[in-house]
Design a protein around this ligand. Structure first.
Ligand SMILES: Cc1cc2nc3c(=O)[nH]c(=O)nc-3n(C[C@H](O)[C@H](O)[C@H](O)COP(=O)(O)O)c2cc1C
Length: 328
């Protein structure tokens, strides 16, 4: 079966399956095998901490696969973000993903350099803004997904189906997707690719502990740790208050306050230094796993995961599967 969409054409991948960014540990160790298996892997610049570290890791990924991969620049989290961007440009990484906050200045520079720009957002409103700012595609993360949250975030199904009604650029679906059913559902909603974070955590190549991978296998989406991280919306009043503080306190402190409000956490005693403190432990504590845990039943290699999703999707669409029977 041919899985070509505008997203595979943009990324140069065989399948429209993208591996999410992971602050703290999203290096070539996971990105290269994903690209080699026909998906699209992403190196998270902040995981390498320095521009030179990023350059080395891009070169390492190139020694591991001849397939294209991307780099993620998370605005507000990535240290030396402008220098990181320039390294990705100099190394001719074909598609640069930005995330978190407004990134049109990065987008302009990426385009000037002749490369592609994909922006990741968590609200439809921000997806429309990214389209206006010239993004080549957007990733929209629905409420089922982990990491950045926003008071206006809505579930994946409603967000994607709403966005594709008006957007002209390709939309990539994220949030709670982890198997062939979610993959096909996203395509049926009008997305032209899927972007999975949590499901890729439970792969052999992902550089997180075996203990954490087993926890994801055993977890259920309704376990409070996962449910509350994804579905407990921030309190509107506190959200408004922290948004009003933007610009009046340091960006680092403001991001920490915002994150506490978004994740409904109690205020922390000390300020975090993202460059120094944002390691694997902190990444897992803040974002470690979404409602996609419901479809993680074992740890497998990245190749096996991608092949399983594609094989199961083809089976669902075949005469033997439910949809296939309807299509007969
Ligand atoms: C441990 C962890 C760390 C993450 N760190 C980042 C990050 O630094 N930057 C970013 O853009 N997204 C980050 N994400 C979000 C993922 O890239 C992706 O958007 C999200 O996992 C999608 O939802 P899903 O987990 O339901 O697939 C992180 C996700 C996890 C699980």
């Amino acid at each position: 079966m041919n899985w070509k969409t505008r997203v595979t054409e943009l990324l140069g991948s065989k399948y429209p399956i993208i591996q999410g960014a992971f602050g703290g540990f999203g290096t070539s160790a996971i990105a290269a095998p994903v690209s080699a298996a026909g998906g699209f892997g992403i190196i998270t610049a902040s995981a390498l901490r320095t521009p030179e570290g990023l350059r080395e890791d891009i070169r390492k990924a190139r020694s591991m696969t001849d397939k294209p991969f991307g780099v993620n620049l998370s605005v507000g989290l990535c240290p030396s973000i402008d220098e990181m961007r320039e390294v990705a440009i100099e190394e001719r990484v074909p598609v640069i993903f930005t995330a978190a906050y407004r990134a049109d200045d990065h987008g302009r520079r990426i385009h000037e350099a002749g490369l592609k720009w994909v922006h990741k957002v968590v609200t439809v409103k921000h997806a429309l803004a990214a389209e206006q700012q010239g993004a080549d595609a957007v990733v929209i993360v629905g409420m089922e997904g982990t990491a950045f949250k926003n008071i206006n975030q809505i579930p994946t199904l409603v967000g994607i189906t709403t966005a594709v009604r008006t957007m002209k650029i390709p939309v990539i679906a994220a949030g709670g997707i982890g198997d062939a059913h979610g993959f096909l559902a996203a395509l049926a909603m009008g997305a032209e690719g899927v972007y999975m974070g949590t499901r890729f955590l439970a792969t052999r190549e992902c550089p997180v502990s075996e203990r954490y991978k087993q926890k994801l296998v055993q977890a259920q989406p309704w376990d409070p740790e996962f449910r509350d991280r994804c579905l407990a919306p921030p309190k509107a009043e506190e959200y408004q208050k922290v948004m009003g503080e933007r610009g009046s306190i340091s960006q680092e402190l403001w991001l920490q306050r915002l994150e506490q409000v978004l994740l409904n956490q109690a205020p922390r005693g000390k300020e975090i230094d993202w460059e120094r403190d944002f390691d694997e432990d902190m990444a897992l504590r803040i974002a470690g796993g979404s409602l996609a845990v419901g479809v993680i039943d074992r740890v497998m290699s990245v190749k096996e995961l991608i092949e399983t999703i594609i094989r199961d999707a083809e089976e669902i669409l075949s005469r033997k599967g439910n949809l296939g029977r309807l299509l007969k």
